[in-house]
Design a protein around this ligand. Sequence first.
Ligand SMILES: Cc1cc2nc3c(=O)[nH]c(=O)nc-3n(C[C@H](O)[C@H](O)[C@H](O)COP(=O)(O)OP(=O)(O)OC[C@H]3O[C@@H](n4cnc5c(N)ncnc54)[C@H](O)[C@@H]3O)c2cc1C
Length: 397
Amino acid sequence: MNQRVTVIGGGVVGLATAYALVRDGWQVDLVEARDSLASATSFANGGQLSYRYVAPLADAGVPWQALGWLLQGDSPLRLRVRLDPAQWRWLAAFVMACRTSVNRRNAAQLLSLALESQAALQRWREQEGLDDFAWRRNGKLVAFRTQRAFDHGCRHLLDPDSQRTLDAAELRGLDPALADAPFVGGVFTPGEEVADCHRFCLRLAERLEASGQCRLLLGRPVTRLIAHDDQVLALEMGNERLEVQRLVLSAGHRSAGLALPGLNLPVYPLKGYSLTAPIGAAHRAPEVSITDYERKIVYARLEDQLRVAAMVDIVGYDEAVDAGRLASMRRLARETLPEAADYGQAVEWAGMRPATPTGVPIIGATRYRNLWLNLGHGALGFTLACGSGERLAKLLR
Ligand SMILES: Cc1cc2nc3c(=O)[nH]c(=O)nc-3n(C[C@H](O)[C@H](O)[C@H](O)COP(=O)(O)OP(=O)(O)OC[C@H]3O[C@@H](n4cnc5c(N)ncnc54)[C@H](O)[C@@H]3O)c2cc1C
């Protein structure tokens, strides 16, 4: 086979797609707007490969809980209503997706994609020797501050055969770094993994370059797709034009800006933040990944760094790092795990989750016969990338 596929977007989803396509024998052009790969949302995310915790954000009770959060100071959620019909449409569709039956259906779809992803990453690591991206199967602890929330967590185990419920004393046994943490208990899932998404992307890019089957075209913002009837003919990148045979759109939260007539791309940015704090010899950082259930903050150890990630800001396309939001995250992290890392030296980051209202990514063909979509992975793009890439590649066989 000597046929070419063009992929727009050099984040974890575009790179995993390119990797799966190259494995299938395709020639790939990967077009990225920025001068470096994985420097948008895939740069400093939470690092959690959270295969069993994939339930969509849209769930029964969430709209009411969200109203409460909006009135709270250090709230995990912030909403700035804009004169933007795309934002209103997205919010309305989100509310519709909060029905229990819809949530359950979407959660099941996400779980099956997540387990495919875990298997794909395992193959890529073990059979193809992909490594050096701080990967570990360290397990994930969802930790609760109140007995009520803990009891609820214990009653709703996702996978009772593998998950363990632990009281406060048992948490200390699990990880001594939790000795003084303010949790009454937790649910531990041993099979969950952690890794550095940016480093993973760079390893994929090295493999792609070494394959001789992939051109990485950096610093090329696609301004328009040129189509005729039911076929995409070319990409316009400023004055440059690139003819395409087959095209995959994986441009994260910017994907909707490249939609063609008749394509509905309900992807909207949900901004989040992370801190990456160095772990010194005197620190006591947890080895397990932690989700602080009530505060919606995640902690993951990536070798000698602690990655803390949180917050959902629905504020349009404003990518600015909000100093106030990061200061409150830093304060909450210090309160919870004061000795885990040097928070004073933490590097701050903001990223835009490419979210669909349902939480389910859009992977598949379109009414244009040579255009496929792989986008809208929201809060789970790292977790779902390998399986999504393989699914997309299968569609092109
Ligand atoms: C705070 C935070 C914490 C998170 N934690 C986790 C986690 O623990 N686990 C997890 O699984 N996920 C997590 N996520 C989600 C995950 O980071 C994203 O889902 C994932 O990075 C999305 O990847 P992507 O490739 O779709 O988008 P991106 O990484 O944004 O890549 C899209 C690329 O397309 C390029 N592009 C856009 N427009 C154009 C154009 N017109 N022309 C050419 N190129 C273009 C962009 O420059 C970009 O490089 C988190 C996200 C945030 C914000």
